[in-house]
Design a protein around this ligand. Structure first.
Ligand SMILES: Cc1cc2nc3c(=O)[nH]c(=O)nc-3n(C[C@H](O)[C@H](O)[C@H](O)COP(=O)(O)OP(=O)(O)OC[C@H]3O[C@@H](n4cnc5c(N)ncnc54)[C@H](O)[C@@H]3O)c2cc1C
Length: 351
């Protein structure tokens, strides 16, 4: 018997465990895999992700091996535009390193971690609260009757690493017909390259001809990790709470990976879920979750429109190139929007 039982020990599950322990709950986390868990990812932590982690007591100062990045650059066929984050900097961090750090913090605060431990149903779980942090294909979502979605679509992501010194102090997003590649610096001599598309069969080698600029940058640098794939869903669930079960992270709905928002959302949800557990009021989390997903979902819609419609993409990139202030404003809303919302409106909305 435990206060909180968490299915899934990825970034979301571990963040929720740390936040729940801080409220004094006993917490057990169970994961099918073994730490450190790797996953296909762009591996970029935006300034707002770092803030959300700091709020959980996880400080990543000095942890990143690569220099921080200061903003985002979009590169199209004939245009490019860059903007700097309004405050702070982001870092690239290998998923395994992030996982090790979260595991260390969870252990330090007294979370019980059970690896190689797949949860097959919820009947045997004895806990006051059950949290589903079991990723995109969440079974907890199914068991708790929370599958119903307002919207759902999928893209496919593949990431791999290259041995080359990062050439930019920004995350670079390269746009091509039907796919994007984005590059995050993760070490003084290594970058992570993630490919996103709607085609489940498209891999880096098949897509490379669409990205001549990037291929010229990468030259003949060595690939340091095998290609790793994952589904990136755009999913908005009708509800994320039922009885004593709550979902968080990708299990609770997600925005397309191209936004770089997945981890930030998970960390923020973790803090809010712990607050709701403390108050014994999961409906509060339900409400907060619905409101918080709106801004990232809007941003994702804009990006996916650029993905789908070349007639929109190239002119939009051209306009942004000519009016970089608009891009800077978009980036500001992207990384500060959450805080703005929480600080100004959330208390009133939750009443
Ligand atoms: C290609 C790609 C690039 C991305 N790039 C970025 C980026 O740059 N920045 C960013 O912030 N986000 C990015 N994301 C999104 C980010 O990776 C996810 O939002 C994040 O991994 C969500 O974490 P999670 O803990 O919810 O899920 P996961 O990381 O999927 O963890 C779920 C865990 O649950 C466990 N599990 C599942 N079922 C069970 C079970 N029955 N019993 C026990 N354990 C179970 C799994 O083993 C796993 O460890 C990207 C995603 C993709 C696909």
């Amino acid at each position: 018997m435990t206060d909180v039982f968490i299915v899934g020990g990825g970034p979301a599950g571990l963040a929720a465990a740390i936040a729940a322990r801080a409220k004094g709950f006993s917490v057990v986390v169970s994961d099918s895999g073994h730490s450190p868990i790797d996953k296909a990812c762009g591996e970029g932590l935006m300034p707002d992700s770092l803030e959300a982690l700091a709020a959980l007591g996880v400080n990543l100062d000095g942890v990143a091996q690569s220099p921080p990045f200061r903003g985002i650059r979009f590169l199209g066929a004939n245009s490019q535009v860059a903007a700097t984050f309004p405050t702070g900097e982001g870092i690239g961090l290998r998923r395994t390193v992030l996982h090790e750090i979260l595991v260390a913090r969870a252990k330090a605060v007294g979370v019980e971690l059970r690896w190689d431990n797949t949860v097959d149903d919820l009947h045997s779980v004895q806990a006051r609260w059950i949290i589903g942090a079991d990723g995109q294909k969440s079974r907890v979502r199914q068991w708790a009757g929370l599958e119903a979605a307002h919207r759902e679509s999928k893209r496919y992501g593949f990431s791999r690493h290259f041995r080359i010194a990062p050439w930019a102090d920004r995350v670079e997003v390269y746009w091509a017909q039907g796919c994007q590649m984005y590059v995050t610096p993760v070490a003084p001599d290594e970058v992570c390259v993630a490919l996103m598309s709607r085609d489940p069969h498209l891999r880096h080698d098949g897509a490379s001809a669409k990205f001549p600029q990037l291929m010229a940058r990468l030259g003949d640098s060595d690939q340091t990790t095998p290609e790793r794939g994952a589904v990136s869903a755009t999913r908005k669930l009708k509800r994320v709470v039922n009885g004593n079960v709550a979902l968080l992270g990708d299990a609770s709905g997600s925005v397309d990976a191209i936004t770089g928002e997945g981890l930030c959302l998970a960390f923020r949800q973790a803090s809010q879920l712990a607050e709701a557990l403390e108050l014994g009021d999961l409906e509060r989390y339900q409400k907060w979750h619905r409101i918080m997903m709106r801004r990232p979902a809007l941003m994702a819609d804009f990006m996916l429109l650029m993905d789908r419609l070349p007639a929109v993409r190239e002119p939009a990139l051209k306009v942004l190139e000519m009016q970089p202030g608009i891009f800077a404003r978009l980036l500001q809303v992207h990384v500060l929007g959450g805080d703005f919302c929480i600080d100004r409106f959330m208390p009133a909305l939750l009443r």
